[in-house]
Design a protein around this ligand. Structure first.
Ligand SMILES: Nc1ncnc2c1ncn2[C@@H]1O[C@H](COP(=O)(O)OP(=O)(O)OP(=O)(O)O)[C@@H](O)[C@H]1O
Ligand SMILES: [Mg+2]
Length: 444
């Protein structure tokens, strides 16, 4: 009998090692190695699901037949935009997100927004009854929606080939499993193997497949990176637990724009599209308060106005506090240093608190100028003119750098009543060149 050899495999990237390691040498993740036997690996290679074997031969590119079917829409405008104009037939899409963020809700809502689509919804996490309850709450009544309470991947694939739906939804990839493999559902081996089978199903049988994946504690989609390589499109569903808005972000897209963002609001009757998200993040109650600045960031191809709030107070203990919420702390330290050295505003004896309103995370460098002005406004206790929006990156020399899509950002700001944009000068844009000039202009 062949000796079974033990190996260890990284849950995150699939790296194989003969012995257990604390940190993966390939992807650098910690504590991700899982034991597997080589016998299991053999099964993995031998096992094939009926109907998916192929005997394809190489073809000339000119002779390859392309399907005439064009994209079809989910009917949820924000979702379709993120996909790049709807689903491409045979596309393989992964939707990741934290528990309870609304992944199942979003996918189930497709049956309401586009009742013409035949959908096979394969549920491993909830019973058919629970799904029906949710469907009733969401107002889903489609007769073309089939709910399939099965987690054995071979049965799901056989059923999908029989039904041949427009859309197969697998909720979630962590619950489906192959009986041939000894490891638990949700382990790297199972997830990889099942995901590969769904890939073949999507590509060979041209069935558009959406798989839902959980994110790990660290926030990586579905844990294993291997999944991200297999699928055509990776969508991340994110949001702050304390707020009702949700962002659907495309991290990878083979057939459409990447980094596109859709904005939704979670309500009792499901996710509703937010067509003017800037209004969501700006309050009208802060007029005349120092330390508030409006910045214009880009989310995908879309400009978004966000409110930055700074509070600068006299430090009561030795080392002053620097606290940032929704903003990188190191970036805040850097901007404080620039303000001190290049503009002459010292924060050395002050506690600094920075907050991005609405639970949003500001990572666009175009927000730098607004953050600096909010800090100085609070330091001097002088409110910024309410009709002002800030657009520009701050360099270490105290110079302002221009950012992409200036016109689009300015237009969005003007649309919401911030006609008085202070922007960094650049090619073709008249604006401020140094941070101290911009501050003077904003605060007089
Ligand atoms: N009656 C309700 N009113 C308002 N919002 C609700 C209601 N019921 C559920 N929700 C919202 O729906 C969310 C759960 O959505 P859903 O089950 O689609 O999430 P999920 O991402 O699929 O979660 P999981 O990872 O557990 O499968 C809840 O966190 C809550 O915000
Ligand atoms: Mg769910």
């Amino acid at each position: 009998m062949a000796k079974t050899k033990t190996q260890f495999e990284c849950r995150s990237c699939g790296h194989i090692s003969p012995k257990w390691l604390g940190s993966c040498p390939s992807c650098g993740e910690w504590n991700t190695f899982e034991e597997r036997t080589s016998a299991a690996k053999e099964v993995e290679h031998k096992a094939r699901v009926s109907g998916l074997e192929s005997n394809e031969k190489p073809q000339k590119l000119s002779e390859v037949e392309t399907s005439e079917k064009s994209r079809f829409e989910s009917g949820i405008a924000e979702f379709d935009r993120v996909l790049g104009g709807g689903f491409l037939p045979g596309a393989y899409v992964l939707i990741g997100g934290e528990p309870g963020i609304g992944k199942s809700t979003l996918t189930l809502q497709i049956a309401k927004s586009n009742p013409q689509l035949s959908i096979l919804y394969c549920a491993g996490e909830e019973s058919a009854g629970q799904i029906k309850q949710r469907a009733q709450r969401l107002g889903v009544q489609s007769d073309k929606l089939l709910v399939f309470n099965e987690t054995q991947v071979d049965k799901v694939i056989a059923e999908a080939q029989k039904v041949n739906p427009d859309l197969l939804i697998v909720d979630s990839i962590q619950t489906v499993y192959r009986t041939e493999l000894s490891s638990m559902p949700g382990s790297i081996q199972q997830v990889k193997e099942c995901a590969a089978l769904f890939q073949q199903l999507a590509k060979k049988k041209n069935i558009t497949t959406v798989v839902i994946g959980h994110v790990t504690k660290e926030g990586d989609i579905a844990g294993p990176r291997v999944l991200e390589h297999m699928v055509d499109t990776v969508l991340q569903f994110e949001g702050d637990k304390n707020y009702t808005y949700r962002l659907l972000r495309s991290l990878k897209n083979r057939f459409g724009p990447a980094q596109e963002v859709g904005v939704f609001e979670m309500k009792e009757d499901g996710l509703t599209e937010v067509s003017n998200p800037s209004e969501l993040f700006i309050s009208d109650k802060t007029e005349g308060v120092s330390g508030n600045a409006i910045v214009c960031t880009m989310e995908g191809s879309r400009p978004l106005l966000i409110e930055v709030q700074a509070l600068v107070t006299a430090a009561s203990y030795g080392t002053p506090q620097r606290t940032a919420n929704g903003f990188d702390r190191n970036r805040l330290a850097l901007l404080l240093a620039v303000l001190e050295k290049r503009a002459g505003f010292s924060f050395a004896n002050h506690d600094v608190y920075l907050n991005i309103a609405g639970g949003f995370r500001l990572s666009d460098p175009a927000g730098d100028l607004g953050v600096c002005c909010a800090l100085v406004s609070s330091l001097l206790d002088k409110p910024i003119n309410q009709q002002t929006a800030f657009i520009g990156e701050v360099g270490l020399g105290g110079e302002l750098r221009t950012v992409p899509h200036i016109e689009q950002r300015k237009k969005e700001a003007a649309k919401l009543g911030f006609g008085n944009a202070i922007v960094a000068s650049g090619k073709g844009t008249n604006g401020e060149r140094y941070i101290r000039d911009a501050i003077k202009k904003a605060l007089g």
